[in-house]
Design a protein around this ligand. Structure first.
Ligand code: GLY
Ligand code: MN
Ligand code: MN
Length: 449
């Protein structure tokens, strides 16, 4: 993302905050993993969305109309010895020159400087409740000002959740964001193609995971967007399975839910395929049903439709199919109304996607489902899960877990499937796994009315 995009975002937010408001955003804390080892640091998404600043121990403050500069960044100072041990820092100069801050101060001086910035501002925009340590600090600054009221200092009277305005901005992706998300999608798609190609009975789940990570990293996406799920057979029926340590068995399906983070944007793809490269008749029947549900859901992604329409379409197709296969019994409409499908399909059909894999943005406005608009990106991920021992279910269906997930952008006249570079038609999967490469069978990118 370029500097102008970050500047444009700050400007928009400052228009919402107004001249008597102030916005405060800390980045994520560094977290300890075990003795002397930290979890890899990743900036807070809201903070990064506005700053592009990748270092820990930083706080951004937006003070609309402040004569000495509206955008202030508190960060670590340059320190040759610390940088020798732990890596480079932008420092105060870099915060201004590289990251566009109007003013920069050492993070160690924040207690002295921040109360002065709050003085005579009426409203504080801040995401209360996300970081208790920082919440306490903010309250201390406010209390300090309250104590000075006799000296004519006015403390802010109102706290406003910053999340709401900011998350609404993040829901609509700009053309630069869409470009980045296309790239994240392409990298993850290539990783899934590679996983299908190498998979063999007898391999361990983590060996397939290694192939995904290899592809992510060599394409410049050093981290998955979330822990990869690589589950063979029964493990494919555990929605958030991440142990990835079992052998892959001939005759089982393998469910892989894996996406990368590229330049702070996530992709999120699930594919399910036979470990040995050939679907059994029962596996194929359920797979084709999930695929039909996914197509029906994608068909509903277009401006003017509401958030729940893709889910409703998927549920209808899945319920009808389960009825036809004898896995549900009764009348279609009452099965849907009573949510009988939830026994085999217990999650929703998607979520917003962006800097966070389960991205921000409201799904409802008041009581009504959100209406889809160009620039929104969501996943479409129906599935079916039938663990062994499912009561009243014939054995041939046991241990089949299937999910098919793509990332879909709402466009002006329909949608674009960002993850279309990874195949999902069962014949195409079998041909690819047999080594008969084919690009003619790629999934459809565009779906429009
Ligand atoms: N990978 C998490 C999800 O699909 O929602
Ligand atoms: Mn997902
Ligand atoms: Mn997923």
């Amino acid at each position: 993302m370029n500097k102008t995009e970050f500047a444009r975002r700050r400007k928009r937010l400052m228009q919402l905050v107004g001249r008597d408001g102030i916005a405060i955003l800390p980045t994520s804390p560094v977290r300890s993993r075990n003795r002397d080892v930290e979890y890899p640091f990743r900036a807070d998404s809201d903070f990064y969305y506005l700053t592009g600043f990748p270092e820990p121990e930083a706080v951004a403050v937006l003070v609309p109309g402040r004569p000495h500069g509206e955008y202030i960044l508190f960060c670590r100072e340059r320190d040759p010895e610390m940088e020798t041990w732990h890596g480079r820092r932008a420092g105060l100069e870099g915060a201004m020159a590289q990251f566009g801050a109007d003013d920069a101060f050492p993070i160690s001086d924040i207690d002295e400087i921040l109360p002065g910035l709050l003085e005579n501002r009426e409203r504080v925009y801040y995401a209360m409740g996300c970081n208790s340590e920082f919440d306490r600090q903010v309250m201390e600054w406010i209390n300090l000002l309250r104590k000075k009221s006799r000296a004519g200092v006015h403390a802010p009277g109102e706290f406003i959740a910053l999340d709401h305005a900011l998350h609404d901005m993040r829901l609509y992706k700009s053309s630069n964001e869409i470009k980045t998300m296309r790239r994240a999608a392409q990298i993850a798609a290539a990783a899934h193609m590679r996983a299908m190609q190498v998979c063999q009975p007898g391999m361990m789940e983590y060996q397939v995971e290694a192939e995904l990570l290899h592809e992510f990293m060599r394409e410049g996406a050093p981290s998955p967007a979330y822990p990869s799920i690589v589950g063979g057979g029964a493990n494919g029926c555990i929605l958030h399975y991440t142990e990835n340590n079992a052998p892959l068995r001939d005759g089982d399906l393998l469910l892989i839910d894996a996406g990368c983070e590229y330049d702070y944007y996530a992709s999120d793809i699930t594919r399910t395929f036979p470990v040995n490269g050939r679907f059994s008749p029962a596996q194929r029947a359920l797979y084709e049903l999930v695929l039909a549900a996914q197509y029906a859901a994608i068909e509903q992604v277009r401006p003017g439709n509401h958030w729940n329409q893709p889910h409703e379409a998927a549920v209808r197709v899945l319920s009808a199919g389960l009825l036809e296969l004898g896995l549900l019994k009764g009348k279609l409409d009452s099965l849907i109304k009573n949510e009988a499908y939830r026994r085999f399909y217990m999650h929703r059909t998607g979520h917003w996607l962006g800097m966070d894999v389960h991205d921000v943005g409201d799904y409802k406005v008041g009581e009504a489902w959100r209406v889809l608009e160009p620039g929104m990106v969501m996943t479409i991920e129906p599935g079916l899960y039938i663990p062994a021992g499912s009561k009243g279910v014939p054995k041939k269906w046991w241990d089949i877990g299937i999910r098919i997930e793509d990332d879909v952008l709402v466009t002006k006249d329909g949608c674009e499937v960002l993850t279309c570079d990874v195949i999902k038609e069962p014949d195409a999967i079998e041909a690819w796994m047999a080594g008969q490469a084919s690009t003619a069978t790629r999934s459809r990118r565009k779906a429009s009315r």
